[in-house]
Ligand binder design. Structure first.
Ligand SMILES: [Zn+2]
Length: 312
């Protein structure tokens, strides 16, 4: 196998494709190649070998890794942290204060992911190792860490997708790492010339109002670029705002409609998938096209989160 290579986005920020769900362009790990090497979102354990090869490609060593930051503790972002830190003796895992206990004791995360992914859990996420408590560092709203003289990351509390979610503003690129807070950029869509930003409303903390508030908070920092958990970077900030602000009420309307008819999340997932496909004009692609596969899976998970929110 040839060496896996990360791609530089800007200012020593690299992205390493993690092949989460065994798909390219699904979930990315960002590597900030500074004096204090920082990694943002490990992805699941299956992504860890790619991260290691990327670090090697950059001419750095695993002993250089100081921070393994997880935007939130869902396994597609943080599931590999326990595995990666085994080989990074100088690193701490940085997490939202509400996520720390789940890293140390991942049983509930595993249960939650099994409820969503069913029989595919092992193939996507196993193994999930706990992180030793003395390797966990929490960062609260507006706390900062310094990666070099020229670069700091500022943490912002950004609920909406999950209550244990923070985002980071990078002082050098003036970009923000948003995890899943303000949705997904469909990389596969980008390759087809479509700019697609869609919210991700997973169970069981999804809250549409908090999601919109977090979007406003992040935009108040006037970012020049957004680094999404799924997948990659965009500089089209006003387009992200426009699309996410228009999708959230549509998702909720479809959710209430389904709920009032007594339909379940499978029905809602189909409606969401159809709405997204129609809107972006991708109906003509075959059902087994990678883009449809990804949207279908996301619609399924988002539908579960919306129904869960409405039931509360
Ligand atoms: Zn995610």
């Amino acid at each position: 196998m040839s060496q896996h290579k990360p791609t530089e986005l800007i200012d020593d920020i690299w992205i390493s494709d993690g092949f989460d769900l065994h798909m390219p362009g699904r979930t990315g790990t960002y590597i900030i190649n500074e004096e204090e090497l920082a990694i943002i979102d490990t992805g699941p354990s299956l992504s860890v070998p790619y991260i290691k090869e990327s670090i090697e490609f950059l001419g750095r060593d695993l002993t250089d890794v100081r921070y393994i930051i997880v935007t939130h503790v869902h396994l597609d972002h943080a599931g590999g942290a326990g595995l990666l830190i085994k080989d990074c003796p100088n690193a701490k895992v940085v997490v939202h204060p509400r996520g720390a206990k789940h890293l140390a004791h991942p049983e509930r995360l595993i249960q939650g992911a099994k409820a969503v992914y069913g029989s595919q859990f092992d193939s996507f996420f196993a193994p999930v190792y706990p992180v030793d408590e003395d390797k966990i560092m929490t960062a609260s709203h507006e706390e900062t860490i310094s990666l070099s003289k020229e670069r700091t990351l500022t943490f912002l509390n950004t609920p909406g997708h999950a209550n244990h979610h923070f985002s980071m503003v990078d002082s050098k690129s003036k970009g923000i790492f948003t995890g899943d807070t303000i949705g997904i950029q469909y990389y596969e869509g980008k390759r087809l010339g479509k700019e697609m930003y869609v919210p991700t409303t997973s169970p069981n903390h999804f809250d549409p109002d908090k999601m919109l508030e977090s979007l406003s908070l992040l935009l108040s920092y006037k970012p020049t670029r957004i680094f999404f958990g799924h997948y990659g970077m965009t500089t089209h900030i006003s387009e992200v705002k426009r699309q996410i602000e228009s999708w959230i009420p549509i998702f909720m309307e479809l959710g209430y409609e389904a709920y009032e008819k007594g339909e379940d999340h499978t029905f809602l997932a189909t409606r969401i998938h159809r709405a997204v496909s129609n809107h972006y004009g991708i109906d003509h692609l075959t059902d087994d096209h990678l883009l449809h596969q990804i949207i279908q899976l996301d619609a399924h998970i988002s539908a579960m989160g919306i129904i869960d929110y409405i039931r509360k």
